[in-house]
Design a protein around this ligand. Structure first.
Ligand code: G4P
Length: 524
């Protein structure tokens, strides 16, 4: 039986981290523990590594970041675990935000030597905005790093979540002997394996035995554990689910230390798929009729499959391949003959999928990000908000004889949400303005327009940095205002672009009745 046809309960989560914190290594280690792959290195990976399954663009390889989303699925004990990949770079925080609409919890990976880094913070804020419970992993404990209590302090101060460590390291960073299991009071001792390539053997001991084996390291771990308890840093499931606390585990993904505990904690504490709130006060029970939500649309993942894939998270009911469902946006029937599970670059047909699973719908040209499909009673999930863009560029075809390809390429990238595409009568259809949360999104446009659509583009950046939503009346007023331009996004939203916030303020002072609404900021 394929994993996705397995009827066991689901845990669906994503890992957020700053590049290099060890996300790929952790993913491999998780898969290894669950024995999906026999040897670390076959799932993700960076430049130079074997089998870089989820990295597909040259640019990604060169930069060693993963821009695309893949869903890794494996069984562990009596559960099926879905790990949905998130882009590692904060320029793609809008993408991350969409991916996070498909998960029930997130794992925040922190490098023990670096502590909280800017992109971790930004991505964490995206989680907080979505109200997703977060489990924290302090990774690379096998290397010299920061003091664990200091790390807890910085988490509490910087992200305003109370860390409630479930394990506490025995041995300072760089001398990782194992962890104190704070709930049982026992010691989990680790043994190194060559390169962490196989499951790291663990030995469980009680406190007396631990004191004998680990001596002073055990003593100081015990003292710190008591300090934490005195500071109310013990796990509380209600507060965790409410987004007030974050359970913390110490690990070395490279050595496979702490990875088994993460899996156990995911099964035990991370929330399962639950009822989904739709528009018009409709709540879809998780065991009701089938429904799913499209969180990502992607094309041209590799040259062997130049097609378009819509990733949907099953929200309720049972999905069976071949069932005809309804596309909530149009009310039209949608056939699911070509549903697939996507594991990195590999695909296999999905016969059955349960809430929490991600299905890839092939050549689903009518599906857009944010769309709902359902069977039985109608339901429509709220659309995913677009973030406020902060970077703007004009875009034109470098070779005018390729205009047709240019147009369809821009339309495709717009539908995938790679960038926001803005237009105005003044600029004309051939010269759209591209709007992005981070400048790296533009690099993706340039690379894909050339590689996929054979329509190289020229971008020229515009001196705007702030966008506000306005209406038709506002557009009329702003037409006469210097340094301000109004453009229409493809979803019909009118965006007024300003060089800076000062200009927004002065325009607001001059026209107090003007509608100028802030859009959700990335990382707000
Ligand atoms: P990312 O996906 O978050 O960008 O990080 P990745 O897993 O690629 O890890 C970044 C680097 O950190 C890699 O080293 C990796 O081996 C190392 N690393 C990950 N987890 C641990 C850990 O627990 N302990 C230690 N000591 N190192 C860890 P690299 O030299 O950049 O790449 P590679 O040549 O080892 O692949």
């Amino acid at each position: 039986m394929a994993v996705h046809d397995d009827p066991r309960p689901r845990r669906t989560f994503a890992v957020i981290s700053h590049p290099d914190a060890g996300k790929s290594t952790l993913t491999e280690a998780l898969a290894l523990h669950a024995a999906v792959i026999s040897e670390a290195g076959a799932v993700h990976g960076k430049a130079g590594r074997r089998g870089t399954v989820s990295d597909w663009m040259e640019m990604e390889r060169a930069r060693g970041i993963s821009i695309t989303s893949a869903a890794l699925q494996f069984t562990y004990r009596d559960h099926v675990v879905n790990l949905v990949d998130t882009p590692g770079h904060s320029d793609f925080s809008e993408d991350t935000y969409r991916v996070l609409s498909a998960v029930d919890s997130a794992v925040m990976l922190v490098d023990a030597a670096k502590g909280l880094e800017p992109q971790t913070l930004k991505l964490f804020q995206v989680c907080a905005h979505r109200g997703i419970p977060v489990i924290t992993i302090i990774n690379k404990w096998d290397r010299p790093g920061l003091d664990p209590l200091e790390l807890m302090d910085s988490i509490e101060k910087q992200i305003k979540l109370k860390p409630t460590p479930l394990t506490w390291p025995v041995g300072v960073s760089g001398d990782f002997r194992g962890v104190l299991d704070r709930r049982s009071g026992g010691f989990i001792q680790f043994t190194r394996t060559a390169g962490g390539a196989t499951r790291a053997p663990e030995k469980h001991m009680d406190a007396d035995e631990a004191a004998e084996v680990a001596g002073e390291a055990w003593e100081s771990a015990t003292e710190e554990h008591e300090l934490l308890s005195a500071d109310d840093a013990d796990h509380d499931q209600t507060r965790f689910l409410a987004g007030e606390t974050t359970p913390v585990l110490f690990a070395s993904a490279l050595q496979n230390f702490g990875v088994a505990q993460l899996l156990e904690i995911l099964l035990e504490l991370a929330p399962p798929p639950s009822d989904s709130p739709g528009l018009d006060d409709v709540v879809r029970p998780v065991d009701g009729d089938f429904s799913a939500f499209v969180f990502k649309v992607q094309s041209g993942m590799d040259s062997a499959h130049r097609d378009r894939l819509a990733y949907a998270r099953v929200c309720s009911g049972v999905f069976e391949r071949g069932m005809v469902v309804t596309h909530a946006g149009t009310g039209r029937p949608f056939a699911t003959k070509y549903a697939q599970a996507v594991f990195g670059r590999e695909r296999s047909s999905v016969e059955l999928a349960l809430p929490g699973d991600v299905i890839g719908l092939v050549n689903a040209s009518s599906l857009r990000v944010g769309d709902t499909i359902y069977a039985g009673e109608p339901v429509r999930y709220p659309p995913i908000e677009s973030f406020a863009p902060e970077h703007f560029s004009t875009c034109r075809a470098a070779d005018t004889s390729r205009y047709k390809q240019f147009r369809s390429g821009i339309e495709q990238l717009d539908q995938e949400g790679v960038v926001q595409v803005l237009r105005s009568d003044l600029r004309g259809a051939q010269n759209p303005v591209l709007a992005a949360v981070g400048p790296m999104q533009f690099e993706v446009v340039v690379a894909r327009m050339e590689a996929e659509f054979k329509a190289p583009v020229k971008l020229e950046s515009l001196a705007y940095s702030v966008a506000r939503r306005t209406d038709a009346a506002g557009a009329e007023i702003l037409a006469g205002v210097r340094q301000v331009e109004v453009l229409e996004r493809s979803d019909g939203t009118l965006l007024a672009l300003f060089p800076d916030i000062w200009r927004v303020r002065s325009v607001t002072r001059d026209h107090p009745d003007l509608l100028l609404e802030a859009l959700p900021a990335s990382g707000s």
